[in-house]
Design a protein around this ligand. Structure first.
Ligand code: 3IO
Length: 334
């Protein structure tokens, strides 16, 4: 009798944790906790936990502690993390459709670019994300140069090693610099060791990764944005109850907008910090060079179109939608 009871309780103890108690989800991120992809991750965690009334708990892993930048997508597909945050620009060729968002189409804010990216994703439901559930997407703010020595014109950029990935790397190359393609998580070391003498990304890293201490000069170029996706393991997604799925579905666009807004506002704060603490100085390219740069960068749009067409995507239509959505959100005052 005792043995029967014992095995009964053992079986119960084995079953119960799977039934009761909150659903725990791990969320991996590649850059340090101070950076905007991790700030949005903490906000996402809080909102999900609040809206599911504690039914879901998200455990966050910033700083590549669970998955790094380069194995984020694979790792989430394989189930090493339930959720992961990735940058499409870090894996050339893997995201032929959503890399439309990293083209130099003249985005002026992260808010507009993030909403455009989300809408394009929703409309085209690209095959490149078929193996995961996409929870949200957003972008960095338009990229600017941060450098060890001032870049007041294109001649100053000649041969300069500049950390930039994806389309940003191609921009550096087209303009005569020498791109160093590394994810943001490996950039502080590259800058400190002098492997790269500059950086092409949004200005908020001056504060969040303290790059202002190493790179006291800026050039306002507003080139392109880096597109991000937050993805969930598909089996994990399918295992979630309907009410939890609804909370996550409802949060997708809202999170894109929140993150874009946070990014745009945080940049002002970071620039104030860099100016007052490190006397950070910003230059702009001469007007005639700005025009020339715009013309030279058109080749990126053409080559994206060709690659997209090769993959059977309606490239012209996608690009037209990008311009239309951008104009729409700009007119709405975003
Ligand atoms: C970025 C990535 C990680 C942390 C902060 C960041 N700010 C802008 C980006 C965009 C990006 O992916 C990159 O590599 O510049």
């Amino acid at each position: 009798m005792f043995r029967v009871l014992l095995s009964f309780f053992l079986v119960l103890a084995w079953i119960l944790p799977g039934q009761a108690g909150p659903i725990k989800l791990s969320y991996a991120n590649f850059p340090p906790a101070s950076t905007f992809p991790c700030v949005q991750m903490e906000r996402y965690k809080q909102e999900v936990e609040k809206r599911t009334k504690g039914k879901v708990i998200i455990e966050t892993y910033p700083g590549s502690t669970l998955l790094g930048a380069k194995n984020m997508f694979r790792g989430v597909i394989a189930g090493q993390a339930d959720i992961g945050c990735l940058v499409m620009s870090y894996q050339p060729g893997v995201f032929p459709l959503t890399t439309v968002a990293e083209l130099p189409v003249g985005f002026k804010s992260a808010k507009v670019a993030s909403l455009v990216l989300w809408d394009i994703f929703q409309k085209y439901q690209p095959q490149e994300f078929a193996k995961v559930k996409v929870l949200t997407m957003f972008t960095s703010a338009p990229s600017n140069l941060m450098t060890k020595s001032p870049v007041k014109g294109l001649s100053d950029l000649k041969g300069m090693t500049v950390r930039a990935s994806g389309a940003a790397g191609k921009i550096v190359e087209i303009l005569g610099g020498s791109p160093v393609a590394l994810p943001m998580s490996e950039t502080p070391e590259a800058i400190q060791k002098g492997v790269a003498k500059g950086l092409l990304t949004s200005f908020e890293v001056l504060k969040d990764l303290n790059f202002a201490a190493y790179l006291p000069y800026g050039t306002q170029t507003d080139f392109q944005v880096y597109p991000f996706a937050v993805v969930m393991n598909k089996d994990k997604w399918e295992s979630l109850p309907a009410d939890v799925k609804k909370v996550l579905e409802d949060l997708g666009r809202e999170q894109a907008l929140w993150t874009g807004k946070y990014m745009d506002e945080h940049i002002k704060e970071a620039l104030d910090y860099a100016r007052s603490k490190y006397n950070f100085q910003i230059f702009t390219l001469p007007a005639e060079e700005q025009k020339m740069v715009q013309d030279k960068l058109q080749v990126l749009i053409e080559s994206w179109k060709q690659r997209a067409k090769d993959k059977g995507l309606p490239a012209e239509q996608i690009l037209e939608d990008v311009y239309k959505l951008k104009a729409k959100y700009e007119a709405m005052g975003y």
